[in-house]
Design a protein. Structure first.
Length: 719
């Protein structure tokens, strides 16, 4: 091996020896041993996957774990009866249910739920997020344990001496006082949390399973208690012996309050305080910076950490290594989510015009594909096939953006939660602005079916521009304004278009009556001067009706730029509650703008959802007077429906995947090429990054570089 080959080999080794999540797969100093920092990084990566799971996934994973605990109780009782209560032989199979849980990756309180504590300690997840996670998993565990206890009681699983042994085991906790129960449970919590740490420090399955077996064997040998096992035992007594609900020494209430509750507290405190905190503080300050994480600059603020979403963010997505490298050090960048490469050219063109005003302008085109529910993305095969076709279909968009002398990068996102993933990508890659089209395409339809939109838009990651395009022409621009940050964003866009394309800009301010005209003219002149629009035409409308005023002023305009209303733009577009009829009353294209708000903690906690600043008073009509809640006319919808059918080859909105480079997905989820052949045999995209099981992300670096070289060669030829 030559010296020149060594660096490349070392780089490849570094890539191979890190998991897709960015956590180390082998130790840096010694390959089969991890440092405390490296173990912590692996736990963080696992916790990131856990806290991003939906409530349904968490609950049923917890339910499966609760059912598995039934196996532990069943084997414990069976061997106790078979070995005449031998102190060693009777507990040999006790760990089997826990091994089943760990191999299956199920969520068990005190085991898989401890890694999120690490996220919380790093202020990457809020306390409400942690409590939500624990509550859902614990509820699933208890439901699973209750079902198992019911089956053991009425299913005839236990017979003869086994029934007596199960009763004896279940009644054991009732005879222990609260304080000893708590500390016995705390020791069990210490053992279980230690299993988590040691498990992530292990490099092979045999060692991991041996540690798990011996650790959980220590629970019955030490006469300790685990909360899910204890809950199952109490429910077994209730179903089997019919113990009273309350009022007796052995009752359901006594079991839950005097037995299960102290065990729950002990398991939690033992695991969190005695192990998680101790192990956390033995790591160095570089525990995250050494991996793919950015450290303190990306953590939650203290109010966000305490109050979660009520104070802003509840969780900070962990940055993917590839995305961090891809976008680090870039200049002014506009991210453009699209759904149909054939028809979304005007959106990309507008983004290129805006980015061209910067010497280091970049347009990042993201083709967002809504995957059918039945399509599995866990292996990456289906997503890779779709991304191959998508990369080819975006060739014309690369050329469109390159004509404005800006750098172009393209990506494909295939997801069951496409609208949410679009937001996640914006938060991970941190563009200066997001420009997207508004319509009834799959992206906006998916937004209405996903988690509440307020959870996504509560704190925007950057400026958002929403284009309702109608034969896009930016030569004559109208900006209605009454002040506010979103109107300032509108002014920035108009100023760029005036500088780059020579657009004529008109500013409009509506006042209540003619007596306010002088005040309106003074306001508008000052606002134009403040935002660098001295050459703009100033129009004051004294009719008092903002929408009518906009319609009159927009009669000869080609583009109207409107700032968001005080309640937020994106959430209202998704919920169809934007009562702004002027958007489809004018013949021009309309660009809606929204800038991230800066509401105080008090406003987020106790406010009524209003923005901190009154952005565009009067622009929004009374909902009862609105002719509709959609921002486009019926004719536009019908025209788009026809275009959608032409682009996909069929007219069914809920059929196979649409608009993947003009191809659609077949029954197996693989897209067909233009000649009808499958894309399954094509080479995969240059940089594929499956994130969660329901999302596939691919960056088309090679295709982007090739297109850039062709554009440079063409410009050189023109010279």
């Amino acid at each position: 091996m030559t010296d020149s080959q060594q660096p490349d080999d070392d780089s490849m080794r570094e890539v191979v020896e890190r998991s897709r999540s960015g956590a180390p797969a082998v130790g840096e100093a010694v390959r089969d041993r991890f440092s405390s920092d490296e173990v912590f990084q692996r736990i963080i990566a696992a916790a990131d996957e856990e806290v991003t799971s939906g409530s349904r996934e968490l609950f049923f994973s917890g339910l499966a774990a609760g059912l598995a605990i039934t196996i532990t109780f069943m084997l414990y009782a069976s061997l106790t009866a078979a070995t005449d209560s031998h102190p060693i032989l009777s507990v040999l199979l006790y760990p089997l249910g826990f091994i089943y849980i760990i191999i299956g990756g199920y969520q068990l309180y005190t085991e898989n739920t401890l890694p999120p504590v690490a996220l919380t300690l790093e202020r990457l997840a809020s306390l409400p997020t942690l409590l939500r996670h624990w509550s859902i998993v614990l509820a699933g565990n208890f439901v699973g344990g209750a079902i198992g206890a019911l089956v053991l009681s009425y299913g005839g699983v236990f017979t003869g001496e086994t029934v007596d042994a199960a009763r004896y085991i279940s009644q054991g906790g009732f005879a222990v006082d609260f304080v000893p129960l708590f500390f016995k449970a705390a020791m069990a919590g210490l053992i279980v949390a230690g299993v988590v740490w040691v498990g992530f420090a292990s490099t092979d399955s045999v060692s991991r399973m041996l540690v798990v077996y011996l650790a959980f064997l220590a629970i019955p040998l030490g006469d300790l208690f685990h909360v899910v096992v204890s809950f199952t035992e109490v429910l077994f007594l209730f179903f089997e012996d019919g113990i009273p609900l309350y009022g007796a020494e052995i009752s359901l209430l006594a079991g839950l309050v005097g037995f299960v509750l102290p065990v729950l507290l002990g398991n939690t405190i033992g695991g969190v305080v005695l192990v998680t905190l101790v192990n956390y503080f033995q790591t160095s300050e570089e525990r995250l910076e050494e991996a793919r994480f950015e450290g303190m600059s990306r953590r939650l603020t203290v109010p966000e950490w305490v109050f979660g979403r009520a104070a802003g963010r509840s969780y900070v997505p962990i940055l993917d290594a590839t995305e961090a490298t891809l976008f680090a050090g870039e200049g002014y960048r506009i991210m453009v989510p699209i759904t149909n490469p054939r028809t979304d050219g005007p959106i990309v063109e507008l983004a290129a015009r805006l980015a061209s005003s910067h010497e280091d302008g970049v347009v990042h085109i993201v083709h967002v594909v809504q995957a059918p529910e039945r399509m599995s993305l866990s292996s990456g095969d289906a997503g890779r096939r779709i991304a191959d076709v998508s990369a080819e279909g975006m060739g014309n968009l690369r050329s469109t953006a390159a004509d404005y002398d800006v750098d172009v990068s393209t990506s494909t996102v295939v997801s069951h939660r496409s609208f949410e993933e679009m937001f996640n990508m914006a938060r991970r890659t941190r563009p200066d602005a997001v420009l997207m089209g508004w319509g009834d395409d799959q992206l906006w339809s998916a937004a209405r079916a996903e988690r509440p939109i307020d959870e996504l838009t509560n704190q925007l990651p950057c400026d958002f521009l929403i284009l309702n395009e109608h034969e896009l022409d930016t030569s004559r621009i109208l900006i209605p304004t009454s002040g506010g940050p979103d109107s300032a964003l509108s002014a920035e866009v108009a100023r760029v278009l005036a500088e780059t394309t020579g657009a004529e800009v008109t500013l409009l301010h509506v006042v209540d009556d003619p007596s306010d005209r002088a005040r309106g003219e003074a306001f508008l002149a000052g606002w134009a001067d403040e935002h660098g629009l001295d050459d703009a035409e100033l129009v004051v409308d004294d009719g008092g009706d903002v929408e009518d005023g906009i319609c009159r002023a927009a009669a000869d305009k080609t583009l109207v730029i409107i700032g968001a209303t005080e309640k937020g733009l994106l959430s209202r577009l998704v919920s169809n509650s934007l009562h702004l009829d002027v958007i489809h009353d004018v013949d021009a294209s309309v660009l809606l703008t929204e800038r991230p708000s800066s509401r105080s903690l008090r406003e987020r906690l106790f406010g009524s959802g209003r923005r901190a600043t009154d952005l565009s008073p009067g622009v929004e009509r009374d909902p009862e007077r609105s002719a509709g809640t959609d921002v486009r006319s019926i004719e536009d919808h019908e025209a788009d429906a026809g275009d959608h059918a032409d682009a996909t080859g069929n007219g069914e909105a809920d059929g196979a995947l649409a608009d993947v480079g003009g191809a659609s997905a077949d029954a197996d989820g693989a897209p067909a090429d233009a000649d009808g052949t499958s894309a399954a045999d094509d080479d995969g995209p240059e940089d594929e990054q499956p994130h969660l099981d329901d999302t596939f992300v691919a960056d088309h670096d090679a295709a982007d570089e090739e297109a850039a070289e062709e554009a440079d060669a063409e410009r050189d030829g023109d010279r």
